[in-house]
Design a protein around this ligand. Structure first.
Ligand SMILES: [Zn+2]
Length: 123
């Protein structure tokens, strides 16, 4: 499937800017930032399951944060003069956010994710 074409039809301007142009939503703007209901999170573009509420935590960083992910790929990202790890959806290759090493133990991983990339289904 051509996900770029699908993105044009399916996504809002802000969603397109993040998923396709690797933009970043404003901090503390996501409805999922301080949202802790039981359920699963899916890619807004392709519908792949990406995160579970079980691994969601309040990082106070301003974006939805998870300590575990599914169906994502990690890529070295040297944009904006920073060395970061980009998190992308394995299926549609849409940009989701970044992975940082300051998450909770034991693995210390923080998937810092733009909420506009996600849809939520209650369990
Ligand atoms: Zn996707």
């Amino acid at each position: 499937m051509n996900y770029k074409e699908l993105a044009k039809q399916k996504l809002s301007e802000e969603e397109y800017d993040v998923l396709i142009n690797k933009g970043t939503e404003r901090p503390f703007s996501s409805k999922f930032d301080l949202f802790f209901e039981n359920g699963e999170y899916f890619c807004k573009l392709c519908g792949s399951k990406l995160f579970s509420s079980e691994y969601k935590f309040d990082s106070r960083c301003g974006w939805p944060s998870f300590s575990e992910a599914e169906n994502v790929e990690l890529k070295q990202d040297n944009s904006h003069n920073m060395s970061r790890t980009e998190v992308i959806c394995k299926t549609c290759r849409g940009h989701l956010g970044h992975l940082f090493a300051d998450g909770p133990p034991p693995q210390g991983r923080r998937f810092c994710i733009n909420g506009v990339c996600l849809t939520f289904k209650k369990l």
